[in-house]
Unconditional design. Structure first.
Length: 359
């Protein structure tokens, strides 16, 4: 079975980080985000993926090549201009098997949904299309999916208004489609799965099912969620556990470090969570950590800095005595000595924060 991964969104809500890097390639725990999805596919026995690109397409093959390093065979289907989630599926048809059902994943959700159970349910119901469902507090941000007791989908409302909320189950961004679904999508023009295909399947009375499989699930669409995904992973919750089992990391108490990272022997940690120090990064003496902290490859953290529940992307420098809490620092930033950056702050790549500044 092949998996098609949709990666063409512009990630506007995750600016400034998506100005330079497409969302599916942003590092999550120091790996390009899609690498986590590739690992999930492999855990479910899927060895072939088609990556449907539209925004900064050239960056994807540059990062993943033919996929061998990630244990998959990867092909790319590039849209000249974005065709929407449905148009992307149609545009990828040549790379899919015309006689076999396929899996589709939104390329911006970190999850460990049980794809095998989704596929099993799809086959048992003889469905034409199946959607993995998750329960959330606020369905207005997602595609609301109302099902009958047997899982048959009764209504699909993308980004419902408050008065349209009839349940808490939403589209998790993982589907199984029979090949016939591709023929229902108009070729060569923008088309949405959520606003076009799904309502049309319902109208035509086709066998269209939803399946709640459980597991960790987080859309990385905003800065707040991007940070939260890191905290979850570093707490070894949900999807994070797999990362720690597989990766070759050295470990001492709450500290995990990658190849050629240097961590002073007196580094102190308090609270829950872990500190991940990326390849070639260095942490000077007298640095204190609290909660979960992700330090990207090649970063330098100078003496006496205090880092709490934050993410620092690659090649940034955190000066002496600087204090970071609840924030995300982009690539190649400089936080000068004694500056403090507080909760919710997001520093775009290359930012410089002058000494003693308070953000
Ligand atoms: N190739 C391609 N071309 N991919 C696209 C395009 C396009 O034109 N537009 C969007 N995508 C990709 C995005 O990169 C993302 O991985 C996925 O399709 C979904 O698009 P988003 O823009 O992230 O949609 P959303 O988060 O508002 O809502 C979607 O995801 C929710 C779950 O996170 C919908 O599918 C909702 O129904 C769902 O609940
Ligand atoms: Mg999204």
């Amino acid at each position: 079975m092949k998996a098609l991964i949709l990666t063409g969104g512009q990630g506007l809500r995750l600016r400034p980080f998506t100005c330079q890097t497409p969302k599916p390639l942003l590092p999550v725990a120091n790996l390009p985000f899609l690498a986590h999805q590739f690992a999930l596919l492999r855990r479910h026995g899927i060895r072939e993926a088609v990556v449907a690109t539209a925004y900064r397409s050239e960056a994807f093959p540059r990062t993943f090549g033919d996929g061998r390093r990630f244990g998959l065979r990867i092909r790319y289907a590039c849209e000249k201009s974005p065709l929407g989630t449905g148009g992307a599926v149609r545009n990828s048809a040549a790379a899919l098997d015309p006689a076999e059902a396929f899996l589709v994943l939104n390329g911006d959700v970190l999850h460990d949904l049980d794809l095998t159970a989704l596929l099993r349910a799809h086959r048992a119901k003889r469905a034409e299309a199946s959607i993995a469902l998750v329960r959330v507090k606020d369905p207005t941000l997602y595609g609301l999916v109302e099902t009958a007791k047997d899982g048959r989908i009764l209504r699909f409302i993308e980004k419902p208004s408050l008065d349209e909320i009839s349940c808490r189950t939403v589209n998790a961004g993982a589907y199984v489609f029979e090949p016939s679904v591709v023929g229902r999508i108009p070729p060569g023009k923008p088309y949405s799965l959520e606003r076009g295909l799904f309502p049309s399947l319902l109208e035509a009375g086709r066998p269209f099912y939803g399946c709640v499989t459980g597991g960790y699930w987080m859309d990385i669409g905003t800065v707040e969620k991007y940070l939260q995904v890191h905290l979850d992973i570093l707490c070894e919750a949900g999807a994070g556990a797999a990362l720690f089992r597989k990766a070759r990391l050295r470990r001492r108490g709450a500290f995990l470090w990658e190849a050629k990272a240097r961590l002073a022997a007196d580094a102190a940690h308090e609270g829950d969570g872990h500190v991940l120090v990326g390849a070639g990064a260095s942490v000077a003496p007298l640095v204190r950590f609290s909660g979960s902290v992700c330090i990207g490859p090649g970063c330098v953290v100078e003496r006496g800095a205090w880092l709490s529940d934050c993410v620092i992307l690659g090649r940034s420098r955190i000066g002496r005595g600087a204090r970071l809490s609840g924030c995300v620092v982009g690539h190649a930033c400089v936080v000068e000595p004694n500056a403090s950056i507080g909760p919710g702050r997001a520093l775009g790549d290359g930012s410089v924060v002058k000494q003693y500044s308070q953000l």
